[in-house]
Design a protein around this ligand. Structure first.
Ligand code: IPE
Ligand code: IPE
Ligand code: MG
Length: 250
């Protein structure tokens, strides 16, 4: 959706869509002289907490960054354990997500993932497809640049085949080809772990998202920490390019 489609929430609003970079697992473990992978394991608890609280607070969509295009560059044993953890988490959590009305979907380059994992992802998507309480999107092997490139390829193919005039390509059409199409743009972005960057997450979609950074490491991110972000969001004024007077006069 183009930026103009974002609704002005007004004071006290709950974000419709929250997008989270779950960062700091490795440092959490290193502070405890544990292997980095212990931090990844511990981080899965925070995932549960944030999903449950999102449902409670009436957030409609939650996008979690679990593994980036660039994370493939990590040591092979860390990548291997992360992939194993994703598989285990799917096996363990899907029934409960389903029972709690959560629709689970994945975005990212599935071509780089093990077939057994892709199989489980598809099964989880099919199983929860009709659920409406929370739209949970897990970005796995995802990069914002990858998404823009694959959307561009689709439009270029149509143009090359003669079924799309290049002059007809606009923002709405491009957004419609992203893997994030079909849900509202994120209202609130949260990054844990202290770094203040986007790290190739939802590049297009974050154009007008409110940003929230916290030093809290992901395994320590709990309901209180999430609430701090939600409360801060509720007090913000989103002008979307307009003036304060225009926004107030609406
Ligand atoms: C985030 O935690 C999880 C992934 C990127 C998969 P990190 O593993 O990046 O933790 P830090 O940033 O090294 O502490
Ligand atoms: C971003 O964290 C990706 C995920 C949380 C999945 P990173 O730890 O990979 O980000 P950088 O490398 O510090 O920017
Ligand atoms: Mg990190």
């Amino acid at each position: 959706m183009p930026a103009t489609a974002i609704e002005q929430p007004g004071a006290g609003a709950v974000p419709r869509h929250v997008a989270v970079i779950m960062d700091g697992n490795g440092r959490w473990a290193e502070q405890r002289s544990l292997p980095r992978t212990a931090g990844h394991r511990s981080g899965t608890r925070s995932v549960r907490t944030i999903i449950e609280h999102s449902v409670r607070r009436g957030v409609e969509a939650l996008t979690l960054f679990a593994f980036s295009s660039e994370n493939w560059q990590r040591p092979a044993d860390e990548v291997g354990i992360l992939m194993q953890l994703f598989l285990e988490a799917l096996d363990r959590e899907v029934a409960e997500l389903d029972a709690n009305g959560v629709r689970l979907r994945f975005i990212g380059d599935r071509g780089r993932l093990a077939p057994a994992l892709v199989e489980r992802m598809l099964a989880a998507e099919r199983r929860t497809a009709e659920k409406r309480k929370l739209d949970l999107v897990v970005a796995l092997a995802y990069g914002g640049r990858w998404d823009l490139a694959q959307a561009t390829r689709q439009l270029a193919s149509l143009a090359a085949a003669g079924s799309l005039a290049p002059a007809a390509i606009d923002e709405t059409m491009l957004a419609g080809r992203l893997t994030t199409a079909g849900r509202p743009e994120p209202d609130l972005f949260i990054r844990t772990g202290g770094d203040r960057r986007v790290s190739n997450f939802l590049l297009w979609d974050l154009a007008y998202t409110e940003l929230w950074f916290t030093d809290t490491l992901w395994p320590d991110f709990d309901v209180a920490a999430y609430e701090a972000a939600l409360q801060d969001f509720a007090g913000r004024q989103r002008r979307l390019g307009r003036t304060t007077a225009q926004v107030r006069g609406k």
